[in-house]
Ligand binder design. Structure first.
Ligand SMILES: CC(C)(COP(=O)(O)OP(=O)(O)OC[C@H]1O[C@@H](n2cnc3c(N)ncnc32)[C@H](O)[C@@H]1O)[C@@H](O)C(=O)NCCC(=O)NCCS
Ligand SMILES: Nc1ncnc2c1ncn2[C@@H]1O[C@H](COP(=O)(O)OP(=O)(O)OP(=O)(O)O)[C@@H](O)[C@H]1O
Length: 424
């Protein structure tokens, strides 16, 4: 089951997006609807609200007078905290029941207005934020919903900022245009990302990146932090630390668009025990990698023993966000070197340039191999197979190129570490 969190400020267009996703086949779990259910007449939720706020919040028929409660709740932070403390745990429990009842191969969309405020983002495979400018939202709420402007403003003031939502957004749905424009974005999201992501998740398959370096992207760091948060939640106490490593963690370095993450664990048994949780969170295991790491030809402290380069490798199942997750043992050379390489390349412009050149050469070779494969194959399936083969050849060519460079780099980086007093 793939779970996507859908959020956005009041009036941004969540319901509009959710409706389209349901039409496409998603299972919707709507937090606003559940929030109504848990305070329905006769519920213990409603009884608690009356205890806290008084009989004034009831209508003559005994049901909740929503405008009366809203007037209290959005007038003070304290009152809203009391309201949230009563409703949110109940909403959480009911949500869990509904999600558990969804089909195993379902794509579950959870529409949660307060996803960011509640710090829930890391619990989803993907978070989509619907965005419209504040004055646009106000206009829509006032004109189409008949909400008094002051009420709409009070709710906006009680919610997260645009910047806070950007932090958690894997997908940004722009609803500043007309309805058709956002619906088109939703359809593309569904076919290009959600459907293949769900299938990959179910089949334990990871996505491969395009093997071509792209200019360094400023948001790699932020994207990586979102994956780190997801991995941390999935790994729990087994993770000693989780870091963004590899080329995308070096500011300004052009790189293949695949995020490298490293989970540090106490030992390889801990790495193995983590595999099911990582797979369920969207990072299936790739294979047992014993020694795909650069092995220096000399060095102190056991670095030449292939055993201490052992790790477990996972990859992202999300077609929109290729990533590799190496699970390595605390203090072993490979775990230390991943952190050191990132910091050394960040500090040493010359080394960074050498490394960028190496990547560019490898990319040119990959392109040649791909072009040759395309020229040979006529059918789509054969082409896909040939592409895969070309990808493997390109990877092998890259490995052959990079091994000697890494062998030297390992020692250069450690020399730099000693000189500067670096520690992980
Ligand atoms: C205060 C209540 C009675 C007002 O009811 P009303 O029918 O006017 O609004 P409705 O429930 O349809 O919510 C509309 C929108 O208001 C915003 N909103 C609602 N509750 C909150 C809140 N506690 N904090 C910030 N914004 C909120 C959301 O954007 C939501 O989508 C109601 O919103 C409520 O019970 N809120 C507490 C539960 C809650 O937090 N729900 C939001 C998602 S779990
Ligand atoms: N692109 C659009 N153009 C014009 N009106 C829109 C557009 N998108 C949504 N609306 C309208 O704006 C209002 C708010 O949209 P919607 O109900 O989808 O937002 P929401 O985020 O679910 O709101 P809430 O936070 O109250 O649940 C609705 O009346 C909707 O019909």
């Amino acid at each position: 089951m793939l779970r996507m969190g859908l959020t956005g400020g009041i009036g941004a267009g969540k319901s509009t997006v959710a409706k389209e996703l349901v039409d496409l086949g998603a299972v919707l779990v709507d937090a606003d609807a559940i929030a109504r259910e848990v305070v329905a007449p006769g519920s213990d939720g409603l009884a608690e609200l009356v205890d806290a706020f008084g009989e004034d919040i009831l209508q003559p028929d005994g049901s909740l007078d929503r405008p009366a409660l809203a007037a209290r709740a959005f007038a003070s932070d304290e009152a809203r905290a009391v309201l949230n403390a009563i409703t949110h745990p109940r909403v959480g429990r009911r949500t869990a029941e509904l999600v558990a009842a969804a089909p195993a191969d379902g794509i579950v969309v959870q529409d949660i207005p307060l996803l960011v405020e509640g710090g829930m983002a890391a619990g989803f495979h993907l978070v989509a934020v619907v965005h419209a400018d504040e004055d646009q939202r106000l206009r829509r709420l006032v004109e189409q919903r008949g909400m008094p402007e002051a009420d709409a403003r009070a709710r906006i003031a009680a919610q997260a900022t645009v910047e806070q939502r950007r932090e958690v957004a894997d997908v940004w749905l722009d609803n500043t245009g007309d309805r058709d424009a956002v619906v088109e974005q939703v359809r593309r999201l569904w076919t290009e990302r959600l459907v293949p992501f769900e299938r990959n998740l179910r089949e334990g398959r990871v996505v491969d990146p395009q093997p071509v370096p792209v200019p360094a992207r400023e948001d790699w760091h932020r994207q990586a932090q979102r994956l780190v948060a997801r991995l941390a939640l999935a790994a729990g106490g087994a993770a000693v630390r989780i870091d963004h490593v590899g080329s995308t963690a070096v500011p300004g370095l052009d790189a293949v668009d695949v995020l490298d993450l490293q989970i540090t664990v106490a030992d390889l048994d801990a790495a193995d025990a983590l595999a099911p949780a990582l797979a369920a969170a969207g990072f299936p295991r790739i294979e047992d990698v014993v020694s795909d790491e650069p092995k220096p030809s000399y060095g102190a402290g056991g670095e030449t023993d292939p055993g201490v380069w052992a790790m477990r490798l996972h990859g992202s199942a999300d077609p929109g966000r290729p990533a590799r997750v190496a699970v390595r043992v605390d203090g072993w050379p490979a775990q230390q070197f991943a952190l050191l390489l990132r910091d050394w390349l960040t500090a040493d412009a010359e080394a960074r340039q050498e490394y960028a050149d190496l990547k560019a050469t490898a990319a040119a070779e990959a392109l040649e191999a791909t072009a040759a494969a395309e020229a040979l194959e006529a059918t789509a399936a054969a082409e896909a197979a040939a592409q895969h083969q070309a990808g493997a050849e390109a990877a092998a060519a890259y490995a052959a190129l990079k091994a000697p460079w890494f062998d030297r780099a390992y020692h250069r980086a450690w020399e730099w570490a000693e000189k500067t007093g670096w520690s992980a």
